[in-house]
Design a protein around this ligand. Sequence first.
Ligand SMILES: [Zn+2]
Length: 306
Amino acid sequence: MSQHHHHDHDHSHHDHSQAGRAFRWSIVLNSGLTALQLVIGFGFGSLALIGDAVHNLGDVIGLVLGWGAERLSLKPPRGRFTYGYGRSTQIVSLINALLICSAGTVVVVEAIQRLVHPVPLIAGPVAWAAAAGIVINLLSARLFGHNHHHDLNQRAAVLHLLTDAAVSVAVLVSALVVGLTGWFWLDAITAIGVGAAVIWSAVDLLREAIALNLDATPRHINLAEVKQLLTALPGVESVEALHIWGLSTSRTALTAHLVVDVSCFESSAQHPQQLIQQAQSALAGVGIRKSTLQLETSHHHCGESR
Ligand SMILES: [Zn+2]
């Protein structure tokens, strides 16, 4: 498996290993952070910190899934699994989104109960753990932001990490105020905010996971743009039975019928097979590298109507 991977991707090995390193470090740092925040949150009574930990746990699972998706999509298809194994990450991300949603709900419900019956907390360690959250998220943002400024996914990841740092800032400020004033209810209020943020982002993950499991076109592909791209090819009158779906989070497949005007091919020197190659390279340009195209003939005369 590992050998196969290296053999296939020698040409982009440098790029690959750099991104892989950022991934691995993010997973290690965020796992450590999650564990620290859970221990201190439970040990010293801060629900806000536990909420932050739940969110970070979701991030760790998300990172592992992203890493797993990349590895699984490289695994060759075998036996009945003619599509390979990339889709397994979509099933797991659905389960992950459901788990994080429930965990966020538990935090909010518990926080409402604590609002009625405040639980004392020891602010010092909570503040330190929140500070660790700020440092680690900023460090991760730097780690990712270093490689590709232009990559949209990477930019989304950096934005996410900065938002996470802001959540940790809220927990830190709340812990400091509780330490100074003894307002234990403030921790519950902060926990409600953090829990709501956790649910909000998990619902977004859930919607995307359901969409991908229903073979929806991945978000980064513009369906109308692809249709236009194919229709614009010489000799193509229309596009029918267009399907675009994800084989894994990083691989996209397409099938379509191209309705072509045969008389156009008769008058020009172009061969139908050339059209398919042209279409496939145009599709590769928008990130669709696995396309199956079928030509259908129309009964118009070349250029008669479109
Ligand atoms: Zn996050």
